[in-house]
Every structure is written in C-alpha cells, then in structure tokens.
Design a protein around this ligand. Sequence first.
Ligand code: CA
Ligand code: CA
Ligand code: CA
Ligand code: CA
Ligand code: CA
Ligand code: CA
Length: 375
Amino acid sequence: MKTCRKICAALLATSFMGFGWGDCNISEAAKNYHDVAVQADYETDAVVAGNDAADDPAIWVHPRNPSKSTIIATNKQGGLLVYDLKGKELYNVKVGKPNNVDVRYSFPLGKEKIDIAAATDKAKKNGLLIYKINSETGELTNIAARDIFAKMKVVYGFSLYHSLKTGKYYALISGYEGEFEQYELFDNGEGKIDAKLVRSLEIGSISEGLVADDEYGCFYISEENVGIWKYGAEPDAGAKRVQVDSVGAGHLIADVEGLTIYYARNGKGHLIASSQGNNSYNIYDRRGMNSYIGSFSIDDGKVDGTNDTDGIDVISFNLGKEFPNGLFIAQDGENMDGTEKLNQNFKIVRWEKIVQALSGIMLDNTVNPRNLKKQ
Ligand code: CA
Ligand code: CA
Ligand code: CA
Ligand code: CA
Ligand code: CA
Ligand code: CA
C-alpha cells in the first residue's frame, strides 16, 4: 500500500517534469524511486581490475585510536583491499577471488585475542579466507589453518557471527543455488583458525547479502529476486524464518544485495539493505518485525553518486574528528570522474547526513562494536 502510494508520487513527479503518464510506465518510476538523496563525502581509490570487480566492504574499528580504523573491501577479480577512512589504499593483499568480507573482534587464539577479517573466495569455487588484522596498523595476515572449502558448489555471500550466548564465532556462507552453510571457527591449537560445518539450510534461490546481528542472535539474508529473510543464528536454530521485506509487493526492487546493521543502545538501531534495482538503500527498524522506515540514494556531488550497489556497511561508533557519528559505505557500480569512467570503488558518507535527510533514523555513536551486549 505504502509502496504503491510512493510509486504513484514518483510517477506524478515525473509527469510534472514534462513526461506524460504514457511516457513512463510504473516499473520505470519504481526503478527510480527513493525518499531522499545524500552526497558522499569521500570515495576510495579505484580497484586495480576493470569490469565488475569491487564488491563488498567491512569497517574495522581500531582498538585504541578509532580515527585509525580501516575499511577492508573485496576486489572480486583478485584481492582484499585495506583503505583508511578517507578511502586511501593502505594495503592490497593479492589473493584468490574474494567476494564478500566481514570483520569480528577478540577471537580467542592461544593466549591472545585477535581481530579477524574473513571472506568467501571464488578462486577455487568454494573457499573461505581468514586473516588476522594487525591491531596497530590494520595489516592483514593469513591465519587459516589450511585451505578451507565449503561443501556447496560455489560460495557467494558472507557474514561472520559472534554468539554472545556461547562466545563462539561462526562463518555464515551463502551460495548461487540458495545454499546456506554455517561453520564454527576454532583455534586449531597451533596458532591458526580452522572451520567445521555445523548447519546447512536451503534458502530457495540465489542469495548473497548476509549480515548477523550479534546482540539479537539472528542473521538476515538477501534472496536476490525474492526479499530479505531473518533466521536464528545459533547452529541449532533450525530452518524457521520470517520474511522482513519482499520484492514486488514490498519495498525492494531486485536484486536485493548487501545488508548491514546499525547498532544503537538497548537493542535499537537499523537493518539497512541495498535495493539494487532502484539504486537505493532501505532502512528498517532493527527490532521486532523490522518495520520499514524509508530509503535514500547517493547522488552526484563533489564525489559521484552510486548505482547498482552490491555490498554495503555501516558503523555507528564515534571514529574521531572526521566521522564523529560513524559512516555508511556503499560499493559503486560505475565510478565516474566527470565524464570519464574509472574502475569501480566505494563511496563513504557521514552518518549524520542520512539522519538529517530522512526522519526516523537513529543517531547513537556510543556502541563500540568490540563491546556488544546480548539482547
Ligand atoms: Ca556488481
Ligand atoms: Ca561485508
Ligand atoms: Ca548478487
Ligand atoms: Ca556481490
Ligand atoms: Ca558512480
Ligand atoms: Ca569517482
């Protein structure tokens, strides 16, 4: 109902611009629909590969100096990239074909607690990469016990999950044929991290975007042509699921792509989704039935806008002077420099801009992702 009203409003706006109703069918209007637009503050250096190469980002928060936090992102043609918060490339780890990447904190390894970045790797079709993040410099070091492979044919989406119930860490992996596998990550006793399969599910059809909400113990997954589903994230949670939003009748235009969680205090905050078909980002309540709040796009400004976004990430925490209220980051399908098309990259937006543009969006910069609390 709400979507229909909005699409009609978009149609009306189009007709005021001089196009008649006959020139613009409803799907064209829907494709261009978003509530508000913001402009990016920074963009990352372009990836070294052409075509569709940049895919998914993850923000890592530095333990002592949040302004030295980094963005870890995938070049799915061949590397894991580390950028500073203004998008300058710091490191390029040439490895496999990493598709989606995620970060978790304080993994117990021997007597240490280490931060990790892990990614699905399509180079051998079904691999899992695990890296230690240097707690001072943000550099990445391979810490996988062996070449780890998933059971599914070709890996695709990825999220880490840290259970605040049991303390265990898990890798959540989705596949091209709607497969889902959950791997427990564990200390192999020799300073490396290994993985074992603890759960498998069938989502239905091609599914990529994945994010776990560690505080609520659940995960969300994008079934690209269908919608967003919510499942329990503990390995014994079974196949019970709830549909958060849908393509068609809902607020999503296929493909449904990247997902991320904005953590605010006391279990509040947002789930955010990339609605790729209309080049916009949908914001939902993090709680309960995940009610839909609104959508925004990133338009051209001093940095070019985004379209066809795959992966996204958000951080609510105060990252220092430049990003006192955290940031939102989105992959850009077409990185322009004026009229020149460059290799793909990621766009960075100060969170407060989104709060100012769209009503009902939270701003709470006090939740340190290293210190989440079970809800
Ligand atoms: Ca793409
Ligand atoms: Ca990610
Ligand atoms: Ca996809
Ligand atoms: Ca993707
Ligand atoms: Ca662009
Ligand atoms: Ca650009």
